[in-house]
Design a protein around this ligand. Structure first.
Ligand code: SF4
Length: 306
């Protein structure tokens, strides 16, 4: 039986042997984050996937993230180490229903949060992440948009861009949706000097309690720039490993529930086995890749301009 350090060493050796790269989302466990080549949010990882020289991409994140890596790099093998790691919010949009809505409103662009399946991306005009949602919607110069699937992020964009009529799909992330006003207030009473940093997937009422609203990357930047040394964090607890590395002097208090069981389905052992067996490769048909890639590429161009 290998201990954790041995397992990390074996994973790193196999990555080298296979000329593979391990991309890990901030919400992964600490042992996976430590073994990864690149740690980031959806946008950073999509960019990394689009420019890697490796032959194989191993994606430690939920299903739509591995699919997005495949979309931007279709000729490479993309391995998803545990196919049960699926995002429930991504499955809240039915591509057939979305297609019918589009047929009824052909002039209204569809903005798809990157947390969507390839089939939903294929029905969308442009993708966004929580890090660039406002810039993406602004770039469309549209009076009205349909935003899928996260209603809270859609409402956040609507508040940031009051001139745009945002029609949000009624989806949500259970981790952020379940952050309660009373839990944030309790932590604020306990730690009155702490800054409260919350992800825009939380409800509008919870966001009114934040000193700063931002994506995981935005929260990390704020922690580095801030003079505070205590932070109340309203997102998944995995991010705190990264934040502690950035500010070892600071204390972090995660608002419950703060844990995504879907992200945590992937273990370091899964990654090791995946590299050994080359299972499970993401398979998407060419026609779907061509249609779903377009809105992702459009988003990445906006990121590069920013
Ligand atoms: S944190 Fe929310 S959006 Fe992210 S994978 Fe988990 S359920 Fe999906």
């Amino acid at each position: 039986m290998m201990d954790l350090q041995q397992l990390q060493t074996r994973v790193r050796a196999l990555l080298e042997e296979r000329n593979a790269v391990l991309l890990a989302h901030y919400y992964q466990t600490q042992d996976i984050q430590q073994a990864s080549d690149h740690l980031g949010d959806s946008l950073e990882l999509a960019l990394q996937a689009s420019k890697t020289d490796a032959d194989i991409i191993v994606f430690a994140g939920v299903d739509f993230m591995a699919e997005t890596a495949k979309l931007v790099n279709p000729e490479k093998m993309v391995l998803h180490p545990n196919t049960r790691a699926q995002c429930p919010m991504a499955s809240m949009v039915d591509p057939v229903a979305l297609k019918r809505i589009k047929e009824k409103s052909p002039d209204v662009p569809v903005v798809a949060y990157v947390n969507t399946s390839a089939a939903v991306k294929a029905e969308s005009d442009i993708c966004c992440t929580s890090a660039n949602s406002v810039e993406v919607v602004k770039s469309l110069d549209a009076e009205r948009i349909i935003f899928v699937p996260d209603s809270n992020l859609g409402l956040y964009v609507s508040r940031m861009l009051p001139e745009v009529d945002v029609i949000p799909w009624p989806g949500f992330c259970h981790v952020h949706q379940n952050i309660k006003v009373e839990d944030v207030l309790s932590l604020q009473e306990l730690y009155p000097a702490a800054e409260t940093l919350i992800h825009p997937e939380a409800t509008p009422m919870v966001l009114t309690l934040a000193d700063f609203v931002g994506s995981t990357r935005g929260i990390a930047k704020r922690v580095v720039d801030s003079s505070a040394d205590e932070f109340i964090i309203g997102t998944e607890e995995g991010l705190v490993h990264h934040l502690k590395g950035l500010r070892p002097d600071a204390e972090f208090y995660v608002v419950p529930p703060g844990l995504c069981p879907n992200m945590k389905r992937i273990t370091l052992l899964d990654i090791y086995k995946s590299l050994e067996s080359l299972e499970t490769p993401v398979e998407l048909d060419r026609e779907l890749i061509a249609r779903a890639r377009r809105p992702v590429d459009l988003m990445l161009k906006i990121k590069r301009r920013a």
